[in-house]
Design a protein around this ligand. Structure first.
Ligand code: FNR
Length: 189
């Protein structure tokens, strides 16, 4: 079976460039992997009092989706030099229960997209630091930053071929990580 990838968008808006990139990637890599796009609209603010055996449904769905995926692709905007609060919030929920979180050990490719020339690079650095905290397996190359993204999306699809090629190389890195993990598990057993 093809590896299952979960694409998480850091933007809630329907016309999000980041969500559009995830949908375009899903189409572009369909021969190699199944990429399902997940948006964070149903994830409430983190509340330790609700973080028990029966968390809010949006949280349970997020944890389940991460758990069922072989790898994650997180695409995010930059808000005021950082990642959007909704994404940090989702990662906080995803990081629990401590030591047993479904995101721990999961291969993750991060990308940021912005109309600015900086492409959200600062948010990506912050996002990667948080992923170290949750002990996810970061795919380091390429540093996927999409600058001037408004010129590269038409009708909700990424139409810039060079960017698509670049991001597909990132997905291939992610798939290599997943394959390496699978062969390491086979050797252990
Ligand atoms: C932004 N934007 C932005 N862009 C950037 O490159 N650096 C930044 O620090 C910020 N800060 C920022 C703060 C807030 C509150 C908003 C709403 C926006 C612009 C942002 O990159 C742009 O709106 C993107 O289109 C958002 O991504 P989606 O929603 O298209 O995926």
């Amino acid at each position: 079976p093809k590896p299952r990838l979960l694409g998480i968008s850091g933007s809630l808006r329907k016309a999000s460039f980041n969500t559009a990139i995830l949908h375009s990637l899903a189409e572009a890599v369909a021969d190699r992997a199944t990429l399902t796009v997940f948006t964070l609209n149903a994830v409430p603010p983190y509340d330790g009092d609700l973080d028990n055996a029966t968390p809010p449904e949006g949280v349970a769905a997020l944890r389940r989706a991460i758990g069922e995926a072989d790898g994650l692709v997180i695409a995010s905007p930059e808000y005021n030099y950082g990642m959007p609060g909704v994404l940090k919030n989702a990662l906080d929920w995803a990081s629990r229960p401590y030591g047993k979180a479904t995101i721990t050990g999961k291969p993750v490719l991060t990308l940021t997209a912005s109309p600015a020339f900086t492409g959200g690079a600062r948010a990506q650095a912050q996002l990667n630091e948080v992923l170290v905290a949750v002990a996810a397996q970061l795919v380091l190359r390429p540093q996927a930053v999409v600058a001037s993204v408004h010129e590269k999306i038409r009708d909700g699809r990424l139409v810039d071929e060079a960017t698509l090629t670049f991001l597909k190389a990132g997905i291939d890195d992610l798939l290599r990580n997943i394959a390496r993990n699978a062969s390491a598990i086979r050797q252990e057993t």
